[in-house]
Design a protein around this ligand. Structure first.
Ligand code: FE2
Ligand code: FE2
Length: 227
């Protein structure tokens, strides 16, 4: 029988480097989609921050669910940290909305139900799939989308919201993404684990692209930030 390429053992580091390259192609496309065309005049920063609240809540809740059912101690603690960070982002964004004269207590980000991405992530059971999808990939997506949102805020002359994202939120998202990278290098060692991790990362990107496209078609809100 012919030797299959995939049967050659790949180290955790090699695997993550290849996955990062694969992700990069989709992330660049997502960045282009996010900033494509003119943002409709009617779209406001307040509207986009409301969407951001939902994304932060979902990111925090997913990390909380996973924390309780992950046995590897370092991954469990990484989810705990992320859960707290995303809840902090929620609070910061709510405060910013307050400063923009939108009463955050009148917003319930659970309205409309959970997103398809949340539903997909929630049912992931494998630790490597969770880290690949939820931290390494989703946080990579957040970095790209938040940057598009920062550019939008600056174009609209809202330097304070841009600064909040640049100085407080983005460094955390970068940290989550890097944490995901280190944990994947450690745990995505066996071939089957690498397969599961790659699949989860791909599906997360597909869902993000679908959501992006829907947002663009529906309401021109493709500049909404990530988590
Ligand atoms: Fe995040
Ligand atoms: Fe966040």
């Amino acid at each position: 029988m012919l030797e299959d390429q995939t049967s050659i053992p790949v180290s955790g580091e090699q695997f993550v480097a290849a996955l990062a390259e694969e992700n990069q192609i989709s992330l660049e496309r997502l960045g282009r989609l996010s900033s494509a065309g003119e943002a409709p005049r009617g779209v406001t920063i307040e509207q986009l921050l409301r969407i951001a609240l939902k994304n932060e809540l979902e990111a925090s809740e997913i990390a909380a669910i996973w924390m309780t059912t992950t046995s590897e101690l370092d991954v469990k603690l990484a989810f705990a940290r992320q859960c707290g960070d995303e809840a902090k982002h929620f609070r910061l964004i709510a405060e910013r909305l307050g400063a923009l004269h939108v009463d955050p207590d009148r917003i319930d980000p659970r309205e409309g139900g959970y997103s398809p991405l949340f539903e997909y992530l929630r049912q992931l059971q494998s630790t490597t799939a969770r880290v690949a999808a939820g931290q390494f990939t989703r946080e990579g997506i957040a970095l790209v989308r938040n940057q598009c949102f920062i550019d939008f805020c600056e174009a609209r002359g809202d330097r304070e919201t841009a600064q909040l994202y640049r100085d407080q939120i983005q460094p955390d998202e970068r940290h989550h993404h890097e944490l995901g990278r280190r944990l994947l290098e450690r745990y995505a060692v066996a071939e089957n684990e690498q397969q599961v991790a790659r699949q989860a990362a791909r599906h997360t990107l597909e869902l993000a692209e679908e959501i992006q496209e829907m947002a663009r078609l529906k309401a021109g809100i493709s500049r909404a930030p990530g988590c």
